[in-house]
Design a protein around this ligand. Structure first.
Ligand code: UDX
Length: 457
């Protein structure tokens, strides 16, 4: 099938590459010439394991092309996926200007029946707006051409995006019930035929329910994390090991074992944005989503938990103190720094006078970029942070090690080398990476999340 993907961000690029991988003829459009140049030169503008191979293989096979040519992109695909960004507005609701602009372009250039697919995470009712924008453009041209807008939210995780797309837990597709809607359903079934053959289930529903499903999923997951974080903070006080509790409750199939890890808060491009956007939608309909407000509040506070633990160990004034920082990205296997907990911690430490030697396997360049923006008004503070090229190098002369991201390489580190590398053998672990008994055995003072009962010296 001929498919166009509008937007080559995380979702768009992965969708385009993976749909080419199952044999479709895919045209990826982006307005950003720089991105398209990188892709046409065989590069990948984001860090995503395995994606470069899929892109290279399908470009070589002639099934995947990248361009900034809008008219050509509309002409190419019978199916037009909209996968552009939906950044939060000032009030937290999703900004739909790029989605609507993409829809207008389709309306301006289309000459035959099109199925339009909202792939971006968009609030309930967006398909209606996309449809209206296309109708308006067609009317300006006096053109009577059929089309139908469907909703096909994406559930992939950064760092595991290719695997998540190729082997999805579920495919959610919302379509209209009228004649063109049923035509669109048949087209979408063809788009995902290979996936159905491989046993991946499609959940068909109405468009608004599909749009809502994406927000409900992310809100539910964010709620689990914030709830576990609150329990962990209480565990620290009452002398309970949150990891033991996690195993104890996760074995109940109604709860399930995944996504119960307490830590120093969630970040990323999805949870913070989607939790806010769903709250905004609820407000628009006169309902207060009280649980979701608490989820967000708890998460903001949780990003400060490591800083609070450091201050309660070393005092509020951290002048003259030097810390090793492992992990900058919001999660492993990505260089994404959006809403990363490290940004909150770095701000706290530098403001209190500390210096930092920071290491991350892939996010250092991105960290430099976002920190320059975070500290635009106080650039002098950035003199106190250095970026080093190995985790060992970060340890030298440090009063303590602070771990913010759950990279596998940190988890696999030999505890004796941490003990030997630091000036003071003290570790603040924001991701509960180690067994407290082994850490103690290695002669390290250990401050984790919800494990005080095991880490007291
Ligand atoms: C998330 C959803 O998982 C995905 O389905 C959706 O499409 C986009 O949003 P992503 O943001 O890539 O994906 O990351 P995810 O792996 O879900 O982690 C999000 C954050 O939660 C990270 O900061 C991670 O460290 C944190 N997290 C995750 C926890 O604190 N505890 C957990 O148990 C799991």
């Amino acid at each position: 099938m001929k498919i166009t993907i509008i937007g080559t961000g995380y979702v768009g690029l992965v969708t385009g590459a993976c749909l080419a991988e199952v044999g479709h003829d895919v045209f990826c459009l982006d307005v950003d010439q720089r991105k398209i140049d990188i892709l046409n030169a065989g590069g990948i503008p984001i860090h995503e394991p395995g994606l470069d191979e899929v892109v290279a293989r399908n470009r070589a096979a002639g099934r995947l092309q990248f361009s900034t040519d809008v008219a050509a992109s509309v002409a190419h695909g019978d199916v037009q996926f909209i996968a552009v960004g939906t950044p939060p507005d000032e009030d937290g609701s999703a900004d739909l200007q790029y989605v609507v602009a993409a829809a207008r372009n389709i309306g301006r250039h289309m000459t035959g029946f099109k199925v339009i697919v909202d792939k971006s995470t968009v609030p309930v009712g967006t398909a209606g707006k996309v449809s209206a924008a296309i109708a308006e453009e067609l009317q300006k041209r006096n053109a009577a051409i059929g089309y139908s807008v469907t909703s096909n939210p994406e559930f992939l995780k950064e760092g595991a995006a290719v695997a998540d797309f190729m082997k999805p837990d579920r495919i959610v597709i919302g379509h209209e019930a009228d004649e063109t809607g049923l035509q669109a359903q048949a087209v979408m079934r063809q788009v995902y035929a290979k996936f159905e053959e491989n046993g991946h289930k499609i959940y068909w529903m109405d468009v608004r329910s599909a749009e809502f499903t994406k927000y409900a999923a992310n809100a539910m997951l964010a709620t689990r994390i914030s709830f576990m974080n609150e329990l962990a903070n209480l565990a620290d006080k009452v002398g309970v090991d949150i990891e033991a509790v996690r195993h104890g409750i996760g074995s109940d199939p109604r709860i399930g074992p995944s996504f119960l890890l307490a830590g120093c808060g969630y970040g990323g491009s999805c949870f913070p944005k989607d939790v806010q956007a769903l709250s905004r939608t609820a407000q628009e309909y006169g309902q207060d989503l009280r649980i979701l407000a608490a989820v967000e509040e708890v998460n903001e506070a949780q990003k400060q938990v490591l800083g609070a633990k450091v201050r309660s160990r070393f005092g509020a004034d951290l002048k003259g103190k030097h810390f090793a920082l492992w992990g900058l990205a919001f999660k492993p296997d990505t260089d994404d720094m959006r809403a990363a907990s490290s940004r909150v911690l770095i701000e706290e430490l530098l403001s209190a006078g500390a210096s930092i030697a920071a290491f991350d396997p892939v996010a250092i360049e991105e960290a430099k970029r976002v920190l320059a923006l975070d500290f635009a008004n106080r650039p002098e503070l950035l003199q106190q942070i250095r970026f080093v090229d190995s985790q060992d190098a970060a340890l030298a002369n440090a009063d303590a090690l602070i771990i913010v991201t759950e990279w596998k390489t940190f988890r696999q580190t030999n505890l004796a080398s941490i003990q030997a590398g630091l000036k003071n053998a003290i570790v603040f672990d924001g991701r509960n990476l180690y067994d407290p008994a082994l850490v103690k055995q290695a002669g390290i003072e250990y401050h984790a999340i919800g494990r005080a009962v095991l880490t007291k010296n």
